[in-house]
Design a binder for this molecule. Sequence first.
Ligand SMILES: Cc1ncc(COP(=O)(O)O)c(C=O)c1O
Length: 339
Amino acid sequence: MPPVTGTVLDAIGNTPLIQVDGIWVKLEFLNPSGSIKARVAAYMIGRAEREGLLRPGDTIVEASSGNTGNALSMVAAVRGYRMIVIMPAGLSSERAAISRAFGAEVRTVGDFHVTEALALARELGARPGHFAPQQFDSEWNVEENRTWLAPEILTQLAEVAPGTVPDAVVGGIGTGGTIIGVGQAFRAANPGCRIVGVEPDESCTIMCGEVGRHLIEGIADGFVPGILARHHQELSELIPVTSAEAVAEMRRLATGHGLFVGPSAGAHLLAARRLRDRNPELATIVTFFCDEGEKYLGDHFALSSGSEPPPARSPRPTQPEAEPKIATSARQAAADPRR
Ligand SMILES: Cc1ncc(COP(=O)(O)O)c(C=O)c1O
């Protein structure tokens, strides 16, 4: 039973684990603030408070393409902090509106990818009375996923299918915190567990060093995040999914399964099914539906007929910040039908 007194933060976690097309899916979009990021926001702020990095009256500042901004804004509202979300232009307008609804100030910097927003967040976060959680770099992000999200999944799997351990975890890479942290915990349960990343084909930064516009918001923010730079050797492979495929699959999840979720959920399920098709021996594959469809009403639902995805934004070739280290082998792995 949830506590009789408490806050909305007590409702984070304990999301259902269900099977969709034979893939185990953690319904993280059911968290308060509508995404998986409620966990990391609550975890990092709690940790910062305990370590004396955040005091009453302080300001939290974070660069976010949306969901973490929404989640931190919710936590800041509950805990009484000022919140500044720095986000790039060109993302679904619902996300900025949600952060503002929680009382946050939203500043728009740069275009589509979060690279410029990151620099400003770092600069503001260094000022007195400010704290920048730095989700793209913080090992607390990995730790949360290893110690909170992953054990929940392992417990749920053990309840419904005793003795079952994951053979693979599949997920897109925003910060990399989810896939690396969950992957670490799964490997502790099954050392052979595959850790499989998903990238938009139009912006395969880790696989091939390209940065482009895409429609799978929440992942592939235009650079190789610090977490992935440190942990890339833990990834088994990467699977590319096009924006059009992800959006079409997102629509099918709503009409065919009653799951109103964002494009990355479509990308995740497609990638997980492709992994299983190539590797039928992987009996237990786990993925995440990270955010809710309501955040994409304007982009994908309200104004369109529902039969055709909107056109993909045109590619904008720029240089990634860091040289990807796993580029060639990962691309080969993705293209190799035997894997
Ligand atoms: C919408 C969304 N948010 C968050 C994540 C997880 O990102 P991270 O790598 O930051 O843990 C994903 C991953 O696919 C996602 O699709």
